[in-house]
Design a protein around this ligand. Structure first.
Ligand SMILES: Nc1nc(=O)c2c([nH]1)NC[C@@H]1CN(c3ccc(C(=O)N[C@@H](CCC(=O)O)C(=O)O)cc3)CN21
Ligand SMILES: CC(C)C(=O)C(=O)O
Ligand SMILES: [Mg+2]
Length: 264
């Protein structure tokens, strides 16, 4: 496999080839995922939960994301590496520029930020400065205290229409990829049709242009609860390499996710 770039991901959407993504936090797992042919790796602020054992992502720092981005970069040959910008690290364009610089210098190919309309100016400035941006709509975990819990978003028609508008606005501002988390399948499909950039779903049905899961959920080692949209591939294969390879195959064939793993 050759290096995955933003233009390659766009072509995959246009060709109807599904994008397989996973979170990664260190060089060894990154190397394993890359060797199995994963397209995208995300240094997720989910590290606050799966690495640090906290009950939200809010305590993760830009320095921590940069450190793990360096680790993942060292183990990666072909996959596109995205670094999550943590809580409060992109509260205004100037802050976003400064913090994204640290993540790009650590080896990220792109940064991801959570939100809609309020980010248009930030996205414009980041992309103009050479920082590719992935948007993130729906259940944006950094807003867990605003939502009152990790709840499915976009269930009523007003909120759904607003999310479609925000997706179009993010694209117009310059975003080149869009994560849709925990939204009803019909809404994820409508957004995927409304934008020309690829959408990557998590708990958003099988109609998005790709899928992402937290690696600990795929490998069945998340402590506490396991989200209903995730799938334990170690349970099926009993082997790390085969678990990741099967996940990628099932994303590409459309077998993952099945109906029991999405929201209506
Ligand atoms: N291990 C792990 N996996 C994840 O997918 C994940 C993390 N951690 N940490 C960061 C965020 C938080 N995420 C979450 C956390 C909880 C739910 C959850 O409990 N969802 C309920 C739906 C509730 C409703 O119906 O509104 C569910 O049943 O899955 C969903 C996403 C996804 N991300
Ligand atoms: C679940 C993905 C999309 C994420 O943002 C993370 O791992 O932090
Ligand atoms: Mg995140």
């Amino acid at each position: 496999m050759s290096k995955i770039t933003t233009s390659k991901l766009l072509k995959m959407k246009q060709d109807g080839e599904k994008i397989a993504a996973i979170t990664a936090y260190d060089a060894s797992f990154a190397g394993l995922f890359d060797q199995q042919g994963i397209h995208v790796m995300l240094i997720g602020d989910s590290m606050g939960m799966v690495l640090h054992g906290q009950d939200s992502t809010l305590s993760v720092t830009n320095e921590q994301i940069a450190y793990h981005t360096k680790c993942v970069r060292a183990g990666t040959e072909n996959a596109l590496v995205i670094a999550d910008m943590p809580f409060m690290s992109y509260s205004c364009p100037a802050t976003a520029l400064k913090n994204s610089h640290e993540l790009m210098a650590a080896g990220a190919n792109m940064v991801k930020i959570e939100g809609g309309e309020w980010l248009y100016e930030t996205i414009k400035q980041l992309t103009q400065n050479g920082v590719p941006v992935c948007g993130h709509l729906g259940l944006t975990p950094q807003s867990v205290n605003v939502f009152g819990g990790f709840k499915i978003q976009g269930r009523d028609a007003d909120k759904a229409n607003e999310m479609i508008e925000h997706a179009k606005g993010l694209e117009k501002a310059g975003a080149q990829l869009l994560v849709l988390e925990c939204v009803p399948v019909d809404l994820a499909n409508a957004i995927t049709a409304a934008v020309s950039i690829p959408t990557i779903g998590i708990g958003a049905g099988n109609g998005t242009d790709g899928q992402i899961l937290v690696m600990h959920d795929i490998l069945g080692i998340s402590s506490g609860y396991i989200p209903k949209f995730s799938k334990n591939y170690i349970e099926i294969t009993g082997n790390l390499q085969q678990a990741v390879s099967l996940y990628i195959d099932e994303v590409q064939s459309g077998a993952f996710p099945d109906e029991a793993r999405w929201f209506k």
